[in-house]
Design a binder for this molecule. Structure first.
Ligand code: 13P
Ligand code: ZN
Length: 281
């Protein structure tokens, strides 16, 4: 990866991360988006120091208010922006916005130049942040949406059912149940970028960091770019193994549920949630 430097440390970290997602084949053209809830004091200090003369954008009304996010700063990809351009055109691909007016609007602080605006999925990202900030006691900060090919393929090959999808993935690699014990929750096929998909996603994000937008892609929440990348990478790998098995005539067996239970006991200290979908059997 070529070295990349930027006066905003978070952009310096986000641009190579987004470039890598493109290299993985997860984010073609403008496919996918990222939002990152930034530490308030740190980003406020950086913007004041590095960009003291910035003219703030006018507040833009959000489709749904999020009082619990009032004052938060988000690094977000722009609508229609290509992940592939993150390093060459960071001020177009990314923006930094703040949630203002009691969580009813956002205001642009940096980036999104040439008339840009946050991703068309911003409503779902904010719902996701509000929920996952609460559920994780503030640990989770970044949401990544990707059009991961193997994972999407499964939504055409399998029933649209959270437990069936999660079990299929857990049973492919021992790491899976430890890495995503909360499982993958399935959201039915819905129009991208709408309040409807945001509301359907909200229900599932109460239960897991990871949701499947059926026939569309993955939407995952984690602490930082490295961790969300690792999460999506692991799920996409398991999906690829499962899809290959389906292509070869279907599984003869999967990792036994007794072994899955043993894994949750042995690696309990690594797990961020209980494996409820295993107990539901
Ligand atoms: P944006 O370009 O608005 O981020 O949309 C891409 C996408 O993947 C929609 O689901
Ligand atoms: Zn998408």
């Amino acid at each position: 990866m070529p070295p990349f430097s930027h006066p905003i440390s978070f952009i310096e970290e986000a641009a190579p991360f987004v470039q890598l997602c493109w290299e993985m084949g997860w984010n073609e053209a403008n496919g996918g988006n990222v939002s990152w809830r930034l530490p308030e004091e740190e980003i406020h200090g950086i913007l004041n120091r590095r960009f003291p003369n910035t003219v703030l954008g006018d507040p833009v009304l959000l489709p749904e208010p999020h009082p619990s996010l009032d004052g938060e700063y988000f690094l977000v990809t722009g609508a229609g922006q290509y992940f592939r351009h993150a390093i060459t055109h960071p001020a177009e691909v990314f923006g930094i916005v703040q949630i203002v007016n009691d969580g009813t609007a956002y205001q642009r602080h940096w980036g999104l130049i040439n008339g840009g605006r946050p991703t068309s999925e911003f409503a779902t990202h904010l719902v996701g942040h509000a929920i996952r900030k609460r559920v994780s006691n503030g640990r989770e900060r970044i949401i990544l949406h990707c059009h991961v090919p193997e994972f999407i393929a499964l939504s055409f090959l399998m029933p649209l059912d959270s437990r069936e999808l999660t079990m299929a993935l857990w049973q492919k690699m021992p790491e899976c149940i430890v890495v995503f014990p909360d499982g993958v929750r399935v959201v039915p096929p819905l129009l991208p970028g709408t309040v409807k998909i945001a509301q359907a996603s909200a229900i599932e994000l109460e239960k897991s960091r990871i949701i499947s937008w059926s026939h569309h892609g993955i939407f995952a929440s984690e602490e930082d770019p490295d961790k969300v990348f690792a999460l999506v990478e692991t799920i996409e790998k398991a999906a690829a193994i499962h899809r290959r098995i389906l292509s070869a005539g279907g599984p003869q067996r999967g990792i036994d549920t007794a072994l899955l239970t043993e894994l949750t006991e042995h690696f309990a200290s690594y797990m961020v949630a209980d494996a409820d979908l295993l107990k539901d059997q």
